[in-house]
Design a protein around this ligand. Structure first.
Ligand code: ATP
Length: 715
């Protein structure tokens, strides 16, 4: 079997297979260095005519140099495929019997022959999908283990040999259990078949992924963007890609994954960032839950549609255009017809406003022609700009400022009632109105939900530009109006929607994916389910899943890839004079759910214990308990970070408010007082869902400390 590695001059003997693989790695590294040196030595002085081109080219070259960087602590390839036959003429890279090394990026030698194949190339797909049942012509799949940047082990699967025993699994387990320090890592080496199906799904279709905590939804979404950028580079570079996450600390946690895969140009934002930017208002206010839920209700779209069009007025007088010595008259009934016709067409308000003067001018031109004149396009444009025509347009189809319009809706009861009639009840209308109406757009205390309304109004006036692909993570928390806001940013593109109904913690959280996809404007999109958990140990996920009947009865519990015994520890901290009898505690907590100071010191002890192990530690607690625990950690001399700050080998403990825990993970989690986490939410189901999120953040171990009784299902 020909191999590019075999051309090496210092080839170790066949009796040292690992040595041979290391030699191929060394040669690949040298080839990558040569590729980088080629780019660095490019002289662009005579190909760039002006400084703008030069700047663009220079940026592209710099990006290319960055993309060709050799990551010191990961080897250039993580796998090898030996095919039995020619993979097929349609495959871009590869020929009969050849051996392929699969890695993060493509590396070729001086002759242009591949040393490492990009994991996204068609030929690499077999690395993720081939199985004994369907070997896809793969004779051998080899997975490499590594420490730092050096290969230390390998594991073989002989897919076409029925007598061969599989050893695969240990490296995957080691990869998953590798202690977490720093931001989220890529999973290219160990993407699983069910995940790969989603990663490589067609760019034209929207995919929605329901998955229990830790099933790899975020990882899959990020790898999907990287895959799509590889497969449709030009198109997506033009239209743009965007990853939407729930908050800044989450975005910070995931921000290194795509650059590590060589993708530097993917935008990241929260829904709030996105709409506040386009709405051009400062968000400084908060709505009460009921008000926010109503503002996020899809019915608001109809209210806004009516509001935007509320100023349209039928002309009652003729339009008289004077040109030279002649006067041209378009009667009121004809103007009305033009306005009605535009109203019936489903075009944006602003586009119709721009079309109306041209329509009126056309009516004038028809009259000119009837009178024997031969006006051309320039005359039509001049007529469209005529003050008489402008005056008619301004009165009939007045300009709309989206923020001012929403301000009026929320302050003017009569206007709101006109726009909301038959859509919202009177009580609902009353709920929407500001107690103290704002004077101006600038001084108004806009809430996040208001910004979404303004964004919707803006889109009714002027089409929001669409991106090529949008990944929407933690989607279950979006309101229908937020789904619409995301949907209009991918009207001509596609989306990957990731979420878990059981982790919905907003009052408006998604009840069904079909409904959510309809609001997104992608009805009928494929819904896939991921069921294998990679984060949470079996014992912990089983424990957390006891909450499912109360929080999402339609979902089945996730399975875990690992059964690590002893991963879960539950400790009750009795306070002096307080019975540990749960009935008594229930009665006590109903009155005043105070938490004894002993809990704080037990929590500090648990943190100290966890810090003796390797990896990151998250202390998760109800938001109101954070100041007290922060003080306790400080008093004990334990330095801690806040979410979004990168953990390092020196600073490994993060104090996490329950409201920010979603999407994050730590090797060891110390969970403070579950009852307080439940109580911090407006209703019990949301509280239990928040607790479910917090219980499922640990990779290796979870310690729960409580003084108050645990919620029933967990007791
Ligand atoms: N195929 C895989 N190989 C190795 N690790 C994986 C794999 N899939 C997922 N993981 C790891 O499992 C952990 C959980 O993944 P991820 O955060 O994507 O899950 P999630 O479904 O988004 O979880 P949550 O619902 O809690 O947000 C991460 O550390 C991720 O790197």
């Amino acid at each position: 079997m020909p191999s590019h590695a075999s051309s090496a001059t210092t080839q170790p003997p066949a009796s040292d297979p690992l040595g041979r693989e290391r030699a191929h790695l060394a040669q690949s590294r040298a080839a990558l260095r040569a590729m980088r040196a080629d780019v660095e030595s490019l002289d662009i002085s005579d190909v760039t005519g002006n400084w703008v081109n030069a700047a663009i080219l220079e940026r592209e070259i710099n990006d290319r140099i960055k993309a060709l960087a050799d990551l010191a602590d990961t080897p250039l390839f993580f796998g090898r495929l030996d095919f039995l036959h020619a993979p097929g003429a349609a495959l871009a890279e590869g020929s009969a019997g050849e051996r392929f090394y699969i890695g993060r990026r493509h590396v070729h030698d001086a002759d242009g022959d591949p040393m490492v194949i990009d994991w996204r190339a068609p030929v690499s797909q077999a690395f993720y999908r081939a199985s004994k049942k369907d070997p896809q012509d793969v004779a051998l799949r080899r997975r490499f283990g590594y420490t730092g940047g050096e290969l230390t082990a390998y594991e073989d699967e002989h897919l076409t040999d029925p007598t061969a025993e599989d050893q695969a699994g240990a490296l995957l387990a080691a990869e998953i259990e590798r202690p977490r320090v720093g931001p989220m890592r890529d999973i290219v080496a160990t993407i699983q078949p069910e995940q790969d199906e989603i990663v490589r799904a067609d760019v034209h279709g929207t995919v929605c992924v329901q998955g229990a905590p830790g099933t790899g939804k975020t990882a899959v979404g990020l790898h999907r963007v990287a895959y799509l950028l590889y497969a449709h580079r030009e198109r997506l570079a033009r239209t743009g890609t965007l990853v939407i996450g729930p908050n800044r600390s989450f975005l910070h946690y995931i921000e290194q994954v795509l650059p590590a895969l060589g993708e530097l140009d993917v935008a990241q934002a929260t829904v709030q960032d996105l709409v506040a930017k386009s709405a051009q208002v400062e968000v400084r206010g908060e709505d009460e839950a009921a008000v926010a839920a109503l503002k996020g209700d899809a019915r608001m779209a109809e209210v806004l549609r009516r509001a935007v069009r509320s100023g349209i007025t039928m002309p009652t007088e003729a339009c008289v255009v004077v040109r030279g010595s002649r006067r041209w008259r378009v009667p009121a009934y004809e103007l009305e017809e033009l306005v009605r016709e535009l109203m019936e067409r489903e075009i944006r308000y602003g586009a119709a406003m721009a079309a109306l003067p041209q329509r009126i001018a056309h009516a004038v031109l028809v009259r000119m022609e009837q009178a024997g004149e031969a006006p051309d396009d320039r005359v039509q444009d001049a007529v469209a700009r005529n003050p008489a025509v402008k005056a008619v347009v301004k009165a009939a189809w007045p300009p709309v400022d989206p923020a001012k319009l929403v301000l009026r809706l929320l302050s003017d009861a009569e206007f709101l009632s006109r726009c909301a009639e038959g859509v919202l009840t009177e009580q609902e209308q009353a709920l929407l109105l500001w107690a103290k109406p704002a004077r101006s757009v600038k001084s108004a205390k806009w809430s996040p939900a208001d910004a979404v309304l303004i964004d919707e109004a803006r889109d009714l006036v002027e089409r929001t530009p669409s991106l090529g692909h949008v990944v929407l993570d933690e989607a279950q928390d979006l309101s229908p109006m937020q789904y619409r806001a995301v949907g209009r940013r991918c009207t001509t593109g596609s989306a990957t929607v990731l979420g878990d109904i059981a982790q919905g913690t907003t009052p408006w959280s998604t009840a069904s994916w079909d409904e959510a996809l309809t609001h997104l404007g992608k009805p009928g999109a494929r819904v896939e389910e991921l069921t294998m958990g990679f984060r949470v140990p079996g014992e912990v996920i089983d424990y957390a899943s006891r909450l499912l009947p109360a929080i999402a009865p339609e979902l089945s519990p996730a399975r875990s890839i690992r059964e690590s015994v002893g991963a879960l520890s539950i400790r009750q901290v009795p306070s002096p004079g307080q019975a540990v009898d749960s009935e008594a505690l229930d009665a006590a907590s109903a009155l005043a759910p105070a938490t004894p100071p002993q809990l704080g010191s037990a929590v500090v002890d648990a943190c100290r214990e966890s810090l003796k192990r390797e990896g990151s530690i998250g202390l998760i607690a109800a938001d109101p308990r954070i100041p007290e625990l922060g003080a306790a950690l400080q008093a004990a001399g334990l330095p801690y970070l806040t979410p979004g700050t990168e953990t390092t080998a020196e600073a490994r403990l993060t104090l996490v408010p329950a409201s920010l825990a979603k999407g994050l993970e730590y090797d060891y989690v110390v969970l403070d007082e579950p009852a307080a986490i439940v109580d911090a939410e407006p209703d019990r189901r949301t509280g239990l869902r928040r607790l479910y999120v917090c219980l499922t953040r640990a990779v290796s171990g979870l310690t729960i400390l409580h003084a108050r009784p645990l919620p029933e299902a967990l007791a």
